[in-house]
Design a protein around this ligand. Structure first.
Ligand SMILES: NC(=O)c1ccc[n+]([C@@H]2O[C@H](COP(=O)([O-])OP(=O)(O)OC[C@H]3O[C@@H](n4cnc5c(N)ncnc54)[C@H](OP(=O)(O)O)[C@@H]3O)[C@@H](O)[C@H]2O)c1
Length: 280
């Protein structure tokens, strides 16, 4: 397989390069993940976003191993599930993730949710700092952390998270979090970047902008993210869409397009509010 990638990188706060567009595998069953990830790698994706709770780290790892792409050209992210928060349990959960992935390091390890009621994310993050120091993750970060959680984390730990992966799409543009991340030197990674494909991709303004550029609404939305500086991880199990979603580096939205997309923000979450999501 060719090792060329069309995807530019963002440089994280510890100097590690992360592809600005990757492939998400939430809700892809383990026995289908290898095929979907293989299609994505074939299409030029080099970054894969999985999580212990997705139960497809094994399939993801199989596709990575079978691809023949040199490990250092790939960027693999996985996440610690809520039930494993705590210092020692995190170290054990990380070992189990590596084993399922068939890897000896990940590129990025994230705390999946803050789980405020558990009050364990600081201790959990200290375990991530150890994993980082041991070279078993090239970068560490968080997911679904609100600015208040980041304030506490950065006050009580040493390593500023490289990434905060949050729900972000045109109907939930997350201006406050993005601004805080920029101040702290944290890269913003958008989950459900396409608004889970439901409804958003039929919005007339996006269809019209797509027509103007000869692109699909999904490509317009991904391009909007990229021009904001977000890292994006669209998911699809449909080969044509997997390929479509990476063809977003050869056109540019203008100021009028960006303003029209900006006007779609309703502050509407598809997923839970992290302040209240305490599922363990
Ligand atoms: N950290 C977290 O808490 C968290 C939470 C949610 C998601 N994530 C991560 O973010 C990734 C992406 O989010 P997501 O999976 O929720 O949603 P998404 O990427 O916004 O949307 C995926 C949906 O859109 C459809 N789709 C994809 N490309 C399309 C296209 N070009 N045209 C029309 N429809 C298209 C897919 O359908 P088909 O698959 O049927 O093609 C799928 O139903 C996840 O896979 C996961 O890695 C993280």
């Amino acid at each position: 397989m060719s090792t060329d990638s069309k995807v530019p990188s963002v440089i994280l706060n510890n100097g590690v390069a992360m592809p600005q567009l990757g492939f998400g595998v939430w809700q892809v069953p383990d026995d289908e993940a290898a095929k979907a990830v293989a299609t994505a790698l074939e299409a030029g994706y080099r970054s894969i976003d999985t999580a212990a709770v997705y139960e497809n780290e094994r399939g993801t790892g199989e596709a990575v191993a079978a691809s023949g792409i040199p490990r250092e050209e790939l960027f693999v992210t996985t996440k610690l599930w809520n039930s494993e928060q705590g210092h020692d349990s995190t170290l054990r959960a990380f070992d189990a993730s590596l084993e399922r992935l068939g890897l000896d390091y990940v590129d990025l390890y994230l705390i999946h949710w803050p789980v405020p009621a558990k009050d364990a994310y600081v201790d959990t993050y200290k375990a991530l700092e150890k994993i980082l120091a041991d070279g078993r993750a090239k970068a560490i970060g968080v997911s679904n952390f609100l600015p208040e959680h980041l304030e506490r984390l950065t006050a009580e730990t040493s390593v500023v998270p490289a990434v905060n992966q949050i729900e972000l799409h045109p109907q939930l543009a997350q201006a406050e979090s993005r601004a805080r991340h920029a101040e702290l030197g944290i890269a913003t990674e958008a989950w459900s970047p396409l608004g889970q494909g439901r409804g958003l991709l039929d919005v007339p303004a996006l269809v019209a902008i797509g027509r103007k550029h000869g692109r699909t609404p999904a490509q317009v939305v991904l391009r909007w993210h990229l021009q904001l500086g977000n890292v994006v991880i669209p998911k699809s199990v449909t080969p044509s869409r997997i390929r479509e979603n990476i063809e977003v580096f050869d056109f540019e939205l203008d100021a009028e397009d960006l303003a029209a997309i900006g006007a779609l923000d309703e502050g509407r979450r598809l997923g839970p509010n992290p302040a209240e999501f305490n599922v363990a």
